[in-house]
Design a protein. Sequence first.
Lengths: 610, 372
Amino acid sequence: MAIRQLSPETVNRIAAGEVVERPASVVKELVENAIDAGATQIEIVISGGGLSLIRVTDDGSGMTPDDLVLAVERHATSKLDEEDLFDIRCLGFRGEALPSIGSIARLEIRSRPADANQGAAVTVTRGSKAPVGPAAVNRGTVVEVRDLFSATPARLKFLKSERAEAMAVTDVVRRLAMAHPDIGFTLQTGEKKPAVFARGDRSSAAWLERIGAIMGREFMDDALEVSGAGSGASAPMRVFGFAGLPTLHRQDSTQQFLFVNGRPVKDKLLIGAVRAAYGDLIPRGRSPLLALFLDVAPSDVDVNVHPAKAEVRFRDAGRVRALMVRALSDALATAGHRASAQGGVLTVESFAAGILPSAAMSPPPSSDAAYQWAPPRPAPALSGTGFAEGAQTPFAVFDAPSADARTFAEPAAGETVDKPLGAVRAQVHENYIVAQTRDGLVIVDQHAAHERLVYEKLKAALADGGVARQGLLIPAIVELDDDDAVTLVARSDELTELGLVIESFGEGAVAVREVPALLGETDVEGLVKDLAAELRSDGTARALKDRLDSVASRMACHGSVRSGRRLTVEEMNALLRQMEATPYSGQCNHGRPTYVALKLTDIERLFGRR
Amino acid sequence: MRLEIERGELLKALSHVTSVVERRTTIPILSNVMLKATGDVLMFKATDLEREVSESVSAKVATPGTLTVPAHVLHDIVRKLPDGAEIEMKRDGDKERLTITSGHSRFSLQMLSADDFPDLAVGEIGHEFTIEAGDLKRLIDKTRFAISTEETRYYLNGIYLHPAETNGTKTLRAVATDGHRLAQVELPLPKGAEGMPGVIVPRKTVHELARLLEDTSAKVKVGVSQTKVRFEIGPVVLTSKLIDGTFPDYGRVIPHNNDKEMKVPNASFKSAVDRVSTIASERGRAVKLNVGKDKLILTVNNPEGGSATEEIAVGYSSGPLEIGFNARYLLDIADQLESEDARFLLADPGSPTMVRDGGDGSALYVLMPMRV
């Protein structure tokens, strides 16, 4: 078959395949255009999952009739200064979206710039453009897309249900809304009441309000403000946003929102940095909730690596990573002992469910394994019918639960109620410390709390004293990919600090000369391969630190106060004070909270006083 | 099957064979011990598929037969019977039960058919030699502490037993290493062991063997085939699979040019290391050796736990040196030393150190230092 030049229509359809994957991609392109046009209010309406109608209305700068003609041409854009392809300050820039959409649907654009008296409209029906005509339209632009994919039936077949597509649209709009608290968004999908995100400003309060509206109240209550700045490859960069407390986590990472220059991304490097910062604070396989905005100079980031721009490339990935990790760790460390308030909320709910604690009370259904309410111990069975039970009755008194644990005398004046974790009032069930704070009460799991304290101390000692290294009689030769071997050797300084001494051993192999003494006799080959795989996938070398931490964690578990031990008031108060002073003491080594706080208002609500 | 046997005989044999039986296994018959009564002999056999131990004792056999019963249960029963008791074992007709009677006690155990009992066929024994029990014990006792427990390097999970040559003398040499330290012990090559292939005897077999050698002074007959090794210790026969792997060229890691020699009085060194390592409560703590003119200072520094120092007089005339070792490794080696003095041959803080047992040239230990 002879080689032919493809027709512009075909070219556009092929491009559409890349840019317009599903209705959500159309919405993304159109809303980004609206944002780039300086809109303050954007309204999105879709129906039929976006297949029958997508309409985006903005109050932005609008387009003149001449602009409209060009807008639907391929590679026509106002957003790119051709002098500098690397100085991209707008969300879009390729000039591909509108013609691509026009080639596979019915596209109508009506627009009026602020200073024009009359609006104009242009329509493109599956690639064929109608001439520009006059139209009645408010200031700004209205873009309507109907019968999406009607020109590419094959694509139509691969779409999910209308509902799923509508959800994808919602997701896209939410992400964009999250990054632009200074723009009001209205989203109407189908018949439902529209979702409205009121216009605010770019202050952090407004930002948190917007993020809370999207990620939920719970996140708002447990969010820490993250803020950090550093120098990028050529210009300063800055990260800002909100991160959830480590005790707040989810099964998957759908509640992780990362933005680079206002653009939602799903970038390996950034996800890796988040994971590194949260490290051992959350249970394995769980993901923290956060929304982070990274601002870097346009010249330091290449956003043009992915058609949908979901991935970006940084000029100096190391610095970006370091900034992210530092900013996040700082925020998490200052949170110190704070645990998610979720526990308290759940506690109140479970109290409410119980009304009277009958022996049969079962734990409330809770999908979140992070906090599990232990049912009260059933009262000893005094009404048994069997001989054995009867005979046991006199002994039942010994069996009584220890919930009536010693209560303490009126506390001395001027004491610790003002401290965040308050003053100890009692120890119940030989594991839970009940403390009174200024505005509520706190219940601490003594084992979990102490375990974390010991663990943090061990880790600090490890970090201080350096990791002792045990030399190997026979260096372990580990065969790897060429690339992996080079990457590993390039990071050898960092690894040496953690006790692993490696050197290059010809092509595609490294020789391990010393290993961390703490690990004892360990599977060197497995360790090195894990490290290589991690460096490849997200540029971090966590495997080694993980293993050291897991040894520390095991030692911590053995070296900490067990459940079931009676503690004196002094011991308990000391524990609370240490928790306040220790970073990350809000969750145990397994990611469960070490304490829950119950606000006085919650208690009052339980008794119907509010 | 029906027989009578004296408790002492039975207990001894059972304690020899049952220790290879795993307490938890997915194949029921592996929890059992096989009893085979023929003529006036009762033979026991137990296995974990990697190794088997068998032993024959004399018994009054009325009806010959073969069957298997749970090993640990039988062992516990016999252990709890009074000393000197006569025990009768009898299979109840065609029922799948073995009845054990002694005095007023009577037990009935569920049995499994001996037909399914695995047999560790030894194959053709290519080399056979005899060795004093004490000598064999020394070979394994002094090396087994260094056996690796890291499963990924399976070829280090045993003692490498092979013929070698030292200063023109042919020797039978045992070597074990875990990559951090190495132990090598040898003795004159027994007749018949020439040309035997180097074999790696698995760790669990080594421990079984050490146990079996504890209370015997007999000669041990050792047979080696391509894939198995067999030790005949009096009436007890231990057969084991070998580790199918290549033991690394350990000769390269034995330093020959370590010229700084330190002569250490064994007893005081051992107890000094033991004392200072009290502070090194956890794994991976180093004992620092500060070697100066005729003086050795041992130090352990634990930022959370405190520190310990002890000074001992040694014979040393080379330049001063500071070197760190894992406390446990140093103790392990110190435990092996028997002569009055140990000789430490040192090079520098990053290179392997060799330890020799005074005048005893047949044992040497290599230890890799630790660095902070």
